[in-house]
Design a protein around this ligand. Structure first.
Ligand code: GLC
Length: 591
């Protein structure tokens, strides 16, 4: 109560006005005009104050939501791109100050753009004052972390824990000398320099509430709750998605809403699909009441399936997986995306693969070989990430342009191949712009930036090839978007066209339901979206490599037939209720 009082009293008039506006339109973030953009501040404009000069650029893309990657003071040296925070109340001086961040949030808001930043809530850097005090013998701060005197319990936990970064951070515990006579084993899920916080300790819960509210009072509108599924541990489980995680997030949602009702919480929960919708408040057990939990969550399943379908040139697995996924509750929204700063982890289960007669491991191996370019016929220029010798598993790094063949076509100077690669990119983004939610554009995708060849130049990054798909913004290249026929103009126009069509189409807004339509050809991926108030809309797309002719009757069993094709790609069209879809072709249809 004291924390809430303190922050409620400190909330500025300007932000209270924002709260009122949002309370009058609580589903503002489901709006068809929403388009997100995701960037590392330093890689985008160098410093925070440089972003103001790029607001026009963002507006040109139709952006209404900007996620700046971690920018609070990180530990020096390797900090995983800022995900090891040494001080939640300071901005990394390399990009600016807290005053710069506040000024930027206001400027963005005045331009209709909501600022999102990360709250790294599962762990702090071992250089954070709490961890430093714990190491110096402060018992209260020691109790912020999860530590053990010997390997007895860690060994028991390890039996069911997975390794997130098996290559550069094997194991989940780190022996820290000087804590107690023989040192202590500290819980470190991700890296040895990231210490997991102990959320069974109410002090930790309240500290993190303060972190969230301080940022909200500085004008941040969306908090991305990093690694949220990991915040509660239970022996004998994988220590992810425990029921208490949801209770804690639900409590955070309720408490932050008292002080800052306009604040949105976004779950970074890259978890199996049966676990995912609970982060948006869907029932935990059948019959439970719906909760208000996070407003937003990443639709990781859609992202994975887009890449899988592209490589497999068919839509069956994607259709099965997405059809068996719970609907996002009506008051929430997905963040739909093609690429992000992380690797692509092939979240495809044995059951998923078996539903189309495939072997899970064979398909994952195929995807890893395909996207790392090892597969003979592949156009992709990615790389394997965290190859696990024990399990044979791997994930994939690479930018959209490099993974979908733009890099390959340019290297080979092959115009026809470039055409096809652009269609691939357009198809993937067209799905994310229509599926329901906030489509996120990952910085550089809009001008087709390829992998950063110098990604390993900074020794702190050299063991982590995710840096290949975190290039620096190439502003001279971005300028070429004005030159007709340039690569940048061709790519950029994909995004402006999708964003403009979206903004004029209430049918694409979040809320409502997605129904996967599966009566057609295996190569198709099609869905209908229905709202209580808007007309339905349909998207039909062809992931295959030959032209398909689709009779709408085959798809629209219980709807009035769509009357109108509002947007299409790659030469697709609908004439007299017959849809012709060339390879990678797609249509958006409405009544
Ligand atoms: C999230 C971030 C990832 C980071 C991890 C640990 O998954 O997206 O980049 O490595 O959390 O903080």
């Amino acid at each position: 109560m004291a924390t809430l009082d303190e922050f409620a009293a400190a909330r500025s008039d300007e932000l209270q006005q924002l709260d009122l506006r949002r309370e009058a339109e609580p589903m503002w973030f489901q709006h068809e005009r929403m388009v997100g953009y995701v960037a590392y501040a330093d890689r985008f404009t160098g410093r925070l104050d440089g972003i103001a000069d790029r607001i026009d650029y963002l507006r040109e893309l139709g952006v209404t939501y900007l996620h700046l990657m971690p920018l609070l003071l990180p530990r020096p040296g390797d900090n995983d791109g800022g995900y090891a925070v040494a001080d939640y109340d300071q901005v990394d001086p390399a990009v600016g100050s807290m005053a710069d961040l506040e000024a930027l949030a206001r400027q963005l808001r005045e331009n209709g753009i909501s600022l999102c930043i990360d709250v790294v809530m599962n762990h702090t850097a071992r250089e954070h004052p709490w961890a430093v005090a714990a190491q110096a013998g402060d018992a209260a701060k020691h109790a912020y972390y999860i530590t053990f005197p010997d390997r007895t319990l860690p060994d028991q936990y390890e039996e069911t824990l997975r390794e997130v970064f098996p290559e550069f951070a094997p194991g989940n515990f780190t022996l820290v000398d000087g804590m107690g006579a023989t040192g202590r084993w500290v819980w470190t899920t991700f890296n040895e320099f990231k210490w997991d916080l102990d959320y069974t300790n109410p002090d930790v819960f309240i500290e993190m509430l303060g972190v969230m509210l301080r940022l909200a009072n500085r004008g941040i509108e969306v908090l991305r709750l990093d690694a949220a599924p990991f915040i509660w541990k239970r022996l004998g489980t994988d220590c992810e998605n425990q029921p208490e995680v949801h209770h804690l997030l639900t409590a955070y949602r309720a408490l932050t809403a008292i002080v800052a009702p306009s604040l949105l919480l976004k779950a970074e929960a890259i978890v199996p699909r049966e676990e995912l919708v609970a982060y948006l408040g869907a029932e935990l057990e059948p019959g439970d009441p719906q909760r208000n939990e996070c407003n937003l969550a990443y639709n990781n399943q859609l992202m994975v399936q887009l890449w899988s379908s592209l490589a497999a040139t068919e839509g069956r697995l994607m259709s099965n997986v997405l059809a068996s996924m719970g609907q996002a509750p009506h008051d929430s929204a997905w963040c739909t995306y093609v690429r992000c700063h992380d690797d692509i982890g092939w979240a495809i289960t044995g059951e998923d693969a078996a539903s189309v007669g495939w072997d899970q491991f064979a398909h994952r191996d195929f995807l890893n070989e395909f996207y790392s370019g090892e597969f003979a016929m592949s156009y992709a220029h990615g790389a394997k990430f965290q190859e696990n010798d024990e399990t044979g598993d791997a994930r994939i790094s690479g930018t959209t342009a490099s993974l979908c063949g733009i890099e390959d076509a340019l290297l080979r100077n092959d115009d026809a191949a470039l055409d096809v690669a652009l269609r691939r990119m357009e198809l993937l983004y067209a799905v994310t712009f229509a599926y329901g939610g906030i489509p996120l554009v990952y910085m550089g995708d809009e001008i087709g930036l390829r992998n950063d060849d110098d990604w390993a130049a900074d020794p702190a990054d050299a063991d982590d090839n995710r840096w290949m798909h975190r290039p620096h913004m190439d502003w001279p290249a971005a300028e070429r978007r004005a030159i007709d026929g340039s690569l940048e103009q061709r790519v950029f126009s994909i995004f402006t066209r999708l964003a403009a069509a979206r903004a004029a189409l209430p049918e694409v807004r979040a809320g409502g339901t997605v129904d996967i339509l599966r009566q057609g050809d295996d190569r198709l991926f099609a869905f209908a979206r229905r709202h209580r108030r808007e007309n339905p809309m349909w998207m039909v797309s062809n992931f295959g490599d030959r032209t398909l002719v689709v009779k709408p009757q085959a798809l629209y069993t219980h709807d009035v037939l769509p009357a109108q094709c509002v947007l299409s790609g790659a030469g697709a069209q609908m004439i007299d209720d017959v849809i012709t879809l060339p390879p990678l072709g797609w249509v958006w249809l409405t009544r």
